[in-house]
Design a protein around this ligand. Structure first.
Ligand code: IMP
Ligand code: MG
Length: 177
């Protein structure tokens, strides 16, 4: 599959994304109730979402960035999660909020949750994903928070890429087939 900008249809507009992100942040502000949080952004895909989300969080917050990859230059996952850079500070006793772009097979989410549980005795570990492709799940994992459910289509924009491109779009689009 090849994706050209003129083939893209808007799935979630900038306004829809920003409104939903504010709702998610409100839910989180209620849940954490002023307690400190360490937000862990999964690069590269979650960068736009994480940056917009944390602007609406009102507790004392630190940001960490880790980098994983599973796709390469295709639109289907390789099935293997590659931890490109997963250096983190001591998260024992912390409220950890993992921020992802999309949960597809669930392999990445599962890998990250297992990694956190194995390495740290955190106070809490929550997983937040902008998008949730529930129909393509291969392992049993659900995000604690998600923005929108999407069906089985390859989406780009707002951090999500096709072969490295389209991360800079302010909306989420897909190619109509
Ligand atoms: P999973 O491990 O199969 O759940 O896939 C998670 C990762 O695959 C996400 O963090 C994305 O980077 C990537 N991914 C999954 N679906 C899409 C898509 O539709 N567009 C762009 N990237 C995707
Ligand atoms: Mg990702």
């Amino acid at each position: 599959m090849e994706i050209k900008i003129e083939d893209l249809k808007i799935l979630f507009s900038e306004e829809q994304l920003q409104n939903r992100i504010k709702e998610l942040a409100n839910d989180m502000n209620k849940f954490y109730n002023g307690e400190e949080v360490v937000a862990v952004c999964v690069l590269k895909g979650a960068v736009m979402f994480a940056i917009d989300l944390v602007k609406h969080l009102d507790m004392p917050l630190q940001m960490e960035f880790i980098r994983l990859s599973s796709y390469g230059s295709s639109t289907t996952t390789s099935g293997k999660v590659n931890a490109v850079d997963i250096k983190l500070p001591d998260l024992n006793g912390k409220n950890v909020l993992i921020i992802e772009d999309i949960v597809d097979t669930g392999l990445t989410a599962k890998f990250l949750l297992d990694f956190m549980h194995c390495n740290f005795n955190a106070k809490s570990i929550k997983f937040c994903s902008l998008l949730d492709k529930k129909v393509t799940r291969k392992v049993d994992v659900e995000p604690d928070y998600y923005g929108f459910e999407v069906d089985n289509k390859f989406v780009v924009g707002y951090g999500l890429d096709y072969d490295g491109y389209y991360r800079n779009l302010r909306y989420i689009g897909y190619k109509e087939v």
